[in-house]
Design a protein around this ligand. Structure first.
Ligand code: NAD
Length: 260
């Protein structure tokens, strides 16, 4: 299937590592132009030089996406360089374990800032260009939005809000033809995930326990498997899909617990 993404400009937050990196790479493979914003300079520059030596167009923007002015700057830089913006992929986030007992009102707000506010800011600033391009927005959420996890109020409420915003923005933008969908991962092996597992006394044992609970294949989802669905959802081939929450999780969230 031709995804018809050639020359589409795709702005990806947190696009240098993990799920975002897989999306950046997938866009490049499809002939699109990934513009990836990341605060990891080394990883961003490495990816940029790799993508450029493969012959495609891409741009790395070194920035912290949390301040609203950096969101505006990322959109402006993209438009300044490529003259258009077709797709926004909101992807930066981290499960920071700010819970009821182990958190505080201040930490809760910080967690929302890390996981939620920049999704709105990016969409707000990108919207005029997305309307012009008849483009779309893809929000990365998490299964914690529907399952909870315990001890992570900030992250969970941010991801829940991201699912709600996906519906609200899809409704708001119907009349201008801008589609909005959410990708919902559960257990994906990324640098962030490896770092989290390494905090347990026996990481290998912990990882084996988690994978034993993943129904399809008893294995972690690979970032490329998330990216494959993202590429479809942001492509014109998904032209009648909007307001959807798409789970790519090997059945982790919805299948009968008895299966594992
Ligand atoms: N890995 C999983 O199992 C999993 C599960 C559910 C949801 N998610 C969600 O997927 C998204 C990506 O997660 P991941 O596991 O790929 O994470 P990751 O840490 O491996 O990659 C995130 C990228 O974002 C960048 N980044 C982080 N904070 C930033 C900031 N303030 N400004 C700019 N760049 C920043 C990092 O440098 C990194 O390149 C997150 O929203 C996460 O909540 C991941």
């Amino acid at each position: 299937m031709d995804l018809q993404l050639k020359d589409k400009v795709v702005l990806i937050t947190g696009g240098a590592k993990g799920i975002g990196e897989a999306i950046s790479r997938g866009c490049a493979r499809e002939g699109a132009i990934p513009v990836f914003v990341d605060h990891d300079k080394e990883a961003g520059e490495r990816l940029q030089s790799e993508l450029q030596s493969a012959g495609g167009k891409s741009r790395f923007i070194f920035a912290d996406i949390l301040p609203a002015e950096n969101c505006l700057a990322a959109v402006e830089q993209t438009l300044g360089e490529f003259g258009r913006l077709d797709v926004l992929v909101n992807n930066v986030g981290a499960n920071d374990n700010v819970g009821l007992e182990n958190g505080s009102p201040e930490k809760y707000v910080s967690s929302l800032r890390l996981n939620l506010f920049h999704y709105y800011n990016m969409a707000h600033y990108a919207l005029p260009a997305l309307k012009k391009a008849q483009g779309c927005i893809l929000n990365t959420a998490s299964k914690v939005a529907v399952t909870g996890q315990g001890g992570t109020s900030g992250y969970t409420s941010a991801k829940g809000a991201i699912l709600s915003l996906t519906r609200d923005w899809a409704a708001e933008l119907l009349s201008c033809g801008v589609r909005v969908n959410a990708l919902v991962p559960a257990e994906v092996i990324t640098p962030l995930y490896r770092q989290w597992v390494s905090t347990f006394p026996n990481p290998e044992e912990k990882l084996a326990y988690i994978t034993s609970k993943i129904p399809l294949g008893r294995r972690m989802t690979q970032p490329a498997e998330i990216a494959a669905m993202v590429l479809f959802l942001i492509s014109p081939q998904a032209s009648h899909i909007t307001g959807q929450h798409v789970f790519v999780d090997g059945g982790y969230t919805h299948l009968d617990r008895a299966l594992t």
